[in-house]
Write a protein that binds this ligand. Structure first.
Ligand SMILES: [Zn+2]
Length: 546
């Protein structure tokens, strides 16, 4: 039997975690207990590397030496991995997880916050974790997975292997502990489990007499290192190709090559973040970005961009560099229509003199990694580099690192009204340095907030986007802030495929999948993609798993 389960990203776009499990000997009439004594799916060795953590620990593992700060799920009285899934077939199974992400925004409201982190499904039979990409909603629960006793490899692309410890270090610092030593031990453990694999190459996860599983990563074009996962599963005589899309990128995103459809998918699990809409095309979007920046900067305000550290930030920098390159010494705002309010604008203020500030150590670090990994860039970006351009390190770019410099920058920009673009995390305004900017700048109509990414329901970002244009307010750290700054959104930088791109991805598979599961989207997005796929693939069983 070959089963697909979902442990997240079914009621929204976060907490991504799927499971592919093979259970031999479950055919009618055959012995339901795995006949191979080596194939128990459990490993008596807890945790390896001598690290014992108490969050959701395996029964029987030794709690000695655990750090009281790393109590995780147990602190809230939530037990470790238990057999909560009735469809779980018990001993004899072997499987993999695809992603193990954090719940965010409204999805967090699944109960006590600690339960969001707990690994509340059985993992004894899980042989490996495959990471599609390093966004926190796909990898954020990895420390808890390890704490729960997972002792298999973490399989991912080569760029993801470089970025994963960085992103988890940040997540641990913010959500877990400031204990440097403990963080280092957790990261050391994660590094020791990483198995980077090249794109387009099969990697055997396990192979036994009665079943085997191999995976292959293909470029997903979403962020650097992102992959969709092809799984070749064999149980007895039956074999199947199951494909997990992860997050798919838009085909014309800057920097990364577009994803290509799988050559085969008997079953497909596909994301649907933008399952109900299409993005504007890249040329239109670039001109819209230009127009927004011109209008925003003409009155001497700050353009604040709540930034996701990985992907969108680098795409946006890439586009801004191209605008600076193209318009250089022409005045910002030169192309503005008559009738717009030029008060406070400086006719000498040119694109060349536009300052871009990255006020996010993490975004700056990932920008550096993007720069270092040029072999993974697409042809267009590679060509620019060959011509001597520096799309991610141009001279107008300033990075703010220390917290003190950050506070000074907020204060200075709020008072000086110097035209400037600031990228600050987090992308959905749910925390991070962008919150200080918002508090200081939302009340001034000279400022602008530009959203370039998806805003999950329940986040301040979603509220600003919804209520800002109506003159509403947003709650930040328990206080109400009126929104007078102008609010904009440029959709295409979300690094997610739009509806047509998702449909195209499925249509490109030579033989339509037998089953398509639509996950990782809001209800409307999932329903819209489901309807579209049902219409186009009447032979396929299309469903939205619970
Ligand atoms: Zn993602």
């Amino acid at each position: 039997m070959i089963d697909v389960f979902h442990h997240g990203a079914t009621s929204g776009v976060t907490g991504s975690c799927h499971e592919l499990t093979l259970t031999p000997g479950m055919k009618k009439g055959s012995d339901p207990v795995g006949s191979d004594p080596n194939f128990t799916g459990t490993d008596p060795e807890p945790m390896g590397a001598g690290l014992t953590l108490t969050a959701g620990m395996k029964k029987g593992s030794d709690p000695m030496g655990s750090d009281p700060n790393f109590t995780g799920a147990n602190a809230a009285g939530i037990s470790g991995p238990t057999g909560s899934d009735p469809s779980f077939t018990g001993s004899g199974s072997a499987g993999i997880l695809i992603d193990c992400g954090l719940f965010q925004g409204e999805d967090e409201g699944r109960g006590a916050s600690a339960s969001d982190l707990a690994i509340d499904f059985p993992i004894d039979h899980i042989r490996a974790l495959v990471v599609t990409h390093v966004h926190i909603d796909h990898v954020g629960r990895i420390p808890y997975l390890l704490a729960a006793g997972f002792d298999g490899p973490i399989i991912c692309s080569e760029p993801s292997a470089i970025m994963l410890p960085e992103i988890l270090e940040d997540a641990l610092k913010i959500g877990f502990t400031r204990d440097r030593q403990l963080i280092e031990r957790v990261l050391g453990l994660i590094r020791s489990r990483l198995v980077p694999v090249s794109y387009r190459q099969w990697h055997s996860v396990f192979s036994e007499d009665n079943c085997s599983l191999s995976v292959r990563l293909q470029r997903a074009g979403h962020i650097l290192g992102s992959a969709y996962v092809e799984c070749d599963a064999r149980v007895g005589d039956s074999e199947e190709r199951i494909v997990f899309s992860g997050d798919l990128g838009a085909p014309h995103a800057p920097l990364l090559p577009a994803p290509e459809s799988p050559e085969r998918a008997d079953r497909l699990v596909i994301e649907s973040t933008y399952g109900d809409k299409d993005h504007e095309d890249r040329a239109t979007r670039r001109l819209r970005l230009k127009a927004i920046l011109e209008r925003a900067l003409a009155d001497g305000g700050t353009v604040l961009v709540p930034a996701f550290s990985i992907g969108r930030t680098q795409e946006l920098l890439y586009e801004i560099e191209s605008l600076i390159h193209e318009f250089g010494d022409s005045a910002v705002g030169a192309g503005m229509k008559l009738g717009s309010d030029p008060t406070g604008s400086d006719p000498n203020f040119t694109w060349d003199s536009l300052e871009i500030i990255i006020d996010s150590p993490l975004a700056a670090e990932f920008t550096r990694i993007y720069r270092d990994l040029k072999p993974f860039w697409d042809a267009e970006a590679t060509e620019l580099v060959r011509k001597g351009r520096h799309p991610l390190s141009f001279e107008q770019l300033t990075v703010i690192n220390s917290h003190e410099d950050h506070l000074n920058a907020v204060d200075y920009l709020a008072r000086s009204h110097r035209p400037c673009v600031v990228l600050a995390g987090s992308g959905m305004c749910a925390g991070g340095r962008v919150v200080n900017y918002l508090k200081a700048m939302l009340g001034d109509k000279r400022n602008d907030v530009l959203f370039v990414g998806y805003q999950a329901a329940g986040t301040p970002g979603r509220d600003i986007l919804t209520f800002g244009p109506r003159g509403g307010w947003v709650e930040l750290d328990g206080e109400r802030y009126d929104i007078r700054a102008r609010i904009h959104q440029v959709g295409g930088y979300s690094a997610h495929a739009g509806q047509s791109d998702l449909v195209w991805f499925v249509q490109g598979i030579p033989q339509a999948p037998r089953e398509i599961r639509v996950v990782h989207g809001d209800q409307e997005a999932k329903a819209a993609l489901l309807a579209k796929l049902e219409e186009l693939f009447p032979e396929s069983k299309v469903l939205i798993p619970e």
